[in-house]
Design a protein around this ligand. Structure first.
Ligand SMILES: Nc1ncnc2c1ncn2[C@@H]1O[C@H](COP(=O)(O)OP(=O)(O)OP(=O)(O)O)[C@@H](O)[C@H]1O
Ligand SMILES: [Mg+2]
Length: 244
């Protein structure tokens, strides 16, 4: 990586070509075709066990599909936000966002300022100095999203971000996911939550790719797109690869 490397924002794409997968004799899904581009926030939906998490793993490159190909163009970094928030218990919330920024080459003061701006956007400023172990479930979930925004990956996988949250807390997480859509990242969100689905701009329904049925991917009109977090992620993308 070189200093001030130009970001690939806008040129990335992820294409699923005739993807199929099976762990047993029974196919999970097949003939799945879908292309995602920067700014797309795609809800991956379907009943439990239809393969949502499996598809995220295939797209991330962790799992080889039984058939078809994942074609990635200019995707250099992939981020994950797992269902169960995974943090360092004794580190503060702020540290969780500062550390990836330091890893990108920002000076500490700059990283801390940007981290605090991000925490404010994700409604976490009041817990900035609290240790991860004392955060509530919703705070921890939002922190994982804030950290992902700081990392600003080309491709971001989010698995069931609201599964363990009450409705009010889930609503704040959904609002944040909607904002991440402005980032220029390609985002996939596996979810059962109708509200999360509505916060996305596209939907990929795995139930429609069972037994070889085609289609099932489409655009959702008019999903909310508040802009703030996106600007942070774009800044992060410009910084990606920088050295101090
Ligand atoms: N490594 C594996 N080996 C064998 N079977 C697996 C493996 N991983 C997942 N499965 C099975 O594949 C199916 C799809 O799993 P997956 O976790 O992708 O579903 P999901 O749609 O994410 O479900 P949920 O909504 O419950 O999270 C399940 O029946 C699961 O038991
Ligand atoms: Mg799953």
């Amino acid at each position: 990586m070189t200093m001030n490397r130009m970001s690939s924002v806008g040129n990335c794409s992820l294409e699923l070509r005739d993807i199929g997968h099976q762990f047993t004799d029974h196919p999970l899904f097949s003939e799945l075709n879908f292309t995602a581009r920067p700014g797309d926030v795609t809800a991956v939906v379907g009943p439990s066990g239809t393969g949502k998490s499996t598809l995220l793993s295939i797209m991330a490159g962790w799992l080889k599909p039984s058939s078809g190909a994942v074609v990635k163009t200019s995707i250099e970094s992939t981020g994950w936000v797992f269902q169960n928030p995974l943090g360092s218990p004794l580190r503060t919330a702020c540290d969780h966002v500062v550390l990836p920024l330091l890893g990108k080459g920002l000076r500490r003061a700059e990283a801390e300022n940007l981290a605090l701006e991000l925490l404010e956007t994700f409604n976490l400023l009041h817990v900035a100095d609290r240790q991860f172990r004392v955060l509530s479930g919703g705070e921890a979930a939002r922190l994982m999203l804030a950290r992902a925004a700081a990392l600003a990956p080309d491709l971001l996988m989010i698995d069931e971000p609201t599964a363990q949250l009450d409705m009010a807390t889930a609503a704040t997480v959904n609002a944040v996911i909607s904002r991440i859509g402005q980032s220029g990242s390609i985002v996939f969100v596996a979810t059962h939550d109708v509200s999360t689905r509505e916060a996305c701009t596209r939907v990929l329904d795995l139930a429609k790719f069972q037994s070889g049925r085609l289609a099932g991917a489409g655009h959702l009109g008019g999903a909310g797109k508040p802009a703030k977090a996106g600007s942070f992620m774009r800044r992060g993308k410009k910084l990606r690869g920088a050295r101090p």
